[in-house]
Design a protein around this ligand. Structure first.
Ligand code: NDP
Ligand SMILES: CCCCC/C=C\CC(=O)/C=C/C=C/C=C\[C@@H](O)CCCC(=O)O
Length: 333
């Protein structure tokens, strides 16, 4: 009999999640039925969407999330023993799954393609959902042109750090916005972003004006709120905004107020579009292969913030929500 550990979503988050909102329990797993497979988590992801989606989750269920897992027993030919998969199994160490898609249509598990020797954890980041979010969310919605100026908020994170590099690959000038000068040093020195702005600086408005004297053509928005309104007011005519997320508001008990964006949208004739990365499910491996190719060519760099131990899942989650990560935040079991 296999014993799994899992985190149950006990209490709805109010503001920043509290450790007592989730409960770590053990569960005995049943023997496999035909069509099922057993997998063991190797790496687990902690993502902002887990906080954003929480109000829609059912209490008493396993808290949501994805993991890189190894198939250890199988009665499902699509998921043979020994294979590594990305599973939307939630925060749990062992899982019995029948391989059927989630209600959202998103696959419950997909086989990790050949990583060409790259780390087994990358399918949770640059070679998985965040990587595809950057690749498709930026290229399909911002449609950047060489020489344009691109601003990225959440620029030192799993998604933002890739967007800025893809913009550089496409010949753009890149302004990265994040919450610490240490992150800014990484963005400029390592990732070759052209400019960095710390959104916590009291003279941010002045620095934004100095960083974008000729305006901004594309904005990849991970943060939302007043910061994004400020950037929208710096956009050039016919600028494009890809709205990826709004993490500045995820922990707000009541929705924060921000200045209206309509004046900028109208007078600068801007295109502003939100997306969920599922939109490109039919091209999932195109994004993964292209990002892998750019990594192999030395054009795309990745960083992971790794927390050791399944019992530290919650710490890693709240640490990421508060800016403790650079690059993709993951947990190594
Ligand atoms: N639409 C989609 O399909 C998807 C959307 N997303 C969204 O993309 C965004 C980035 O996700 P991801 O790259 O995984 O996460 P990150 O790796 O960027 O981690 C979250 C980061 O958000 C920053 N942050 C936290 N609070 C604030 C705040 N109040 N103001 C500004 N920045 C803040 C922190 O960095 P700092 O130190 O800079 O504050 C933190 O490190 C999120 O909004 C997420 O919801 C992600 C995946 C798919
Ligand atoms: C103003 C509020 C904005 C809220 C934005 C919310 C979420 C954005 C985001 O982070 C989306 C993430 C999407 C993740 C997609 C893929 C999987 O890893 C999760 C699949 C879960 C499912 O589809 O059930």
């Amino acid at each position: 009999m296999v014993k799994a550990k899992k985190y149950v979503f006990e209490k709805q988050f109010v503001g920043l999640p509290k450790a007592t909102d989730l409960k770590l329990v053990e569960e005995e797993l049943p023997p496999l039925k035909d069509g099922e497979f057993l997998s063991e988590a190797v790496y687990l992801s902690v993502d902002p969407y887990m906080r954003a989606y929480a109000p829609r989750l059912t209490l008493g269920t396993t808290f949501i999330g994805s993991q890189v897992a190894k198939v250890t027993e199988s009665k499902n030919p699509k998921f043979p023993v020994g294979k590594y998969i990305v599973g939307e199994f939630g925060w749990r160490t062992h899982t019995v799954s029948n391989g059927q898609p989630l209600l959202s249509g998103f696959p419950v598990a997909w086989l990790v393609p050949d990583l060409d020797g790259l780390p087994q954890s990358l399918p949770l980041g640059v070679l998985g959902m965040p990587g595809n979010t950057a690749y498709f969310g930026f290229l399909e919605l911002c449609k950047p042109k060489a020489g344009e100026t691109v601003a990225v908020s959440g620029a030192a994170g799993a998604v933002g750090s890739l967007v800025g590099q893809i913009a550089k690959i496409k010949g753009c000038k890149v302004i990265g916005i994040a919450g610490s000068d240490e992150k800014g040093k990484w963005l400029v020195d390592e990732l070759k972003f052209d400019k960095f702005l710390n959104y916590k600086d009291t003279d941010f408005d002045k620095k934004l004006a100095a960083a974008a004297p000729n305006g901004i053509d594309c904005y990849f928005d991970n943060v939302g709120g007043e910061l994004s309104t400020k950037i929208l007011n710096k956009m050039n005519l016919f600028g494009r905004i890809s709205v990826c997320g709004a993490i500045s508001g995820y922990n707000d008990a009541t929705a924060a107020r921000a200045s209206p964006v309509q004046p900028a949208l109208v007078f600068k004739q801007l295109k502003m579009e939100g997306f969920i990365v599922h939109r490109w499910l039919d091209r999932w491996f195109e994004g993964i292969q292209q990002n892998k190719q750019w990594i192999k060519e030395g054009k795309l760099k990745y960083r992971e913030t790794v927390t050791e131990g399944f019992d530290k899942m919650f710490d890693a989650f709240v640490d990421m929500l508060q800016g403790g990560n650079t690059g993709k935040a993951i947990v190594k079991v």
